[in-house]
Ligand binder design. Structure first.
Ligand code: ARG
Ligand code: ZN
Ligand code: CA
Length: 253
């Protein structure tokens, strides 16, 4: 069985404007969302169609702002860095102080989360297990982080971070990242689905002969609005746990 694992989180706030320098409370609101979603205690799971209502389970994965820095000194787990960069993209400058960002804490021991302005409508992105050490972690747009302050609807319930941490723990998009029905997320208990869903779909939304229940668009690994994504499946939980017993084992030791 899987013991409860608490990941030590460091949040790098990289801001150009004062607005982007989000509050500690906004950071804490995101940590609360992660702990609710990964323990399946999010009240909005009541929206899951009855056919899948029994699937959500406690992943045993929890999140805590780091209380010790890499030198073992006390810390709040929140680092603030002023930048001259108007915004960042998926090319990882935000992860290097020499490029206007903030250097990662040892990525084998900490979950690094960077919060900054992102260009081009990007809400966030993540690195899968097994990638380069220096860039490991997740990046989230400051307008899509936490549930208060600068968080803006429809991405103001902290689900961008839930989704990106899913990737960080080896989950693929639920539609398998192809527009063909042979694309797969390699998870048995998520129905095969053709394309991402957006906004707030109506149940059922059928594709790839997956009727009568259709796409599991209310899954965190689809692209729907924050108030519409409410669950991981046991298959997804098993895959995330496997990453923590394999390539990401340093996080829980
Ligand atoms: N990487 C995705 C993007 O930037 C994240 C989508 C998150 N979806 C959400 N409802 N919060 O588009
Ligand atoms: Zn994604
Ligand atoms: Ca599947």
């Amino acid at each position: 069985s899987f013991p409860t694992a608490t990941l030590q989180v460091v949040v790098h706030i990289v801001y150009e404007t004062e607005e982007q320098n989000i509050s500690d409370l906004q950071v804490l609101s995101q940590i609360e969302v992660l702990n609710r979603d990964f323990s399946s205690t999010n009240p909005d799971k009541s929206a899951i169609p009855a056919v899948w209502g029994d699937l959500p389970m406690d992943s045993g994965i929890r999140f805590s702002l780091a209380s010790r820095d890499p030198e073992d000194k006390p810390t709040s787990g929140i680092i603030r860095t002023k930048t001259a960069m108007r915004g960042f993209d998926h090319l990882d400058s935000v992860k290097f102080s020499a490029r206007g960002g903030s250097d990662a804490w040892p990525t084998d021991r900490y979950l690094n989360i960077w919060v900054c302005n992102l260009h081009g409508g990007l809400l966030g992105y993540a690195q899968f297990p097994g990638g380069p050490r220096e860039t490991d972690g997740v990046v989230i747009l400051y307008k899509a982080f936490g549930t208060q302050g600068t968080a803006e609807p429809p991405f103001d319930l902290g689900r961008t971070c839930t989704h990106e941490v899913g990737h960080y723990l080896n989950l693929r998009h639920i539609w398998g990242d192809t527009e063909h029905c042979f694309g797969s997320d390699s998870i048995e208990d998520t129905p095969t689905q053709q394309l991402p869903n957006y906004n707030k779909p109506l149940f059922p939304h059928i594709s790839c002969n997956n009727g009568p229940h259709g796409d599991m668009f209310m899954n965190y690994m689809d692209y729907v609005d924050d108030d519409t994504m409410v669950m991981f499946t046991p298959g997804q939980v098993a895959r995330m746990r496997a990453s923590l017993m394999g390539p990401r084992a340093g996080l829980i030791n």
